[in-house]
Design a protein. Structure first.
Length: 69
């Protein structure tokens, strides 16, 4: 049984409601994503290097860092 079936990954920015970095997925990223899945009906996660030049309305951005890639 998949306890976290309300978490999905996407490569479509307009479909994502949560954004995190595209580097190595660490424990803090996993815990943050699981926590969000417990308080949200659905987590549609996109992993990207930067949010620069993106409109972030209605998106939760976490652990994105300030690096410029």
């Amino acid at each position: 049984m998949n306890k976290y079936k309300n978490i999905q990954l996407t490569d479509k920015f307009d479909k994502a409601n949560c954004i995190t970095h595209s580097g190595k997925f660490h424990v803090d990223d996993v815990i943050s994503t699981i926590f969000l899945s417990k308080i949200m009906d659905s987590v549609v996660l996109m992993r990207i290097a930067t949010t620069e030049n993106r409109t972030l309305n209605d998106k939760i951005v976490y652990d994105i860092g300030l690096r410029r890639i």
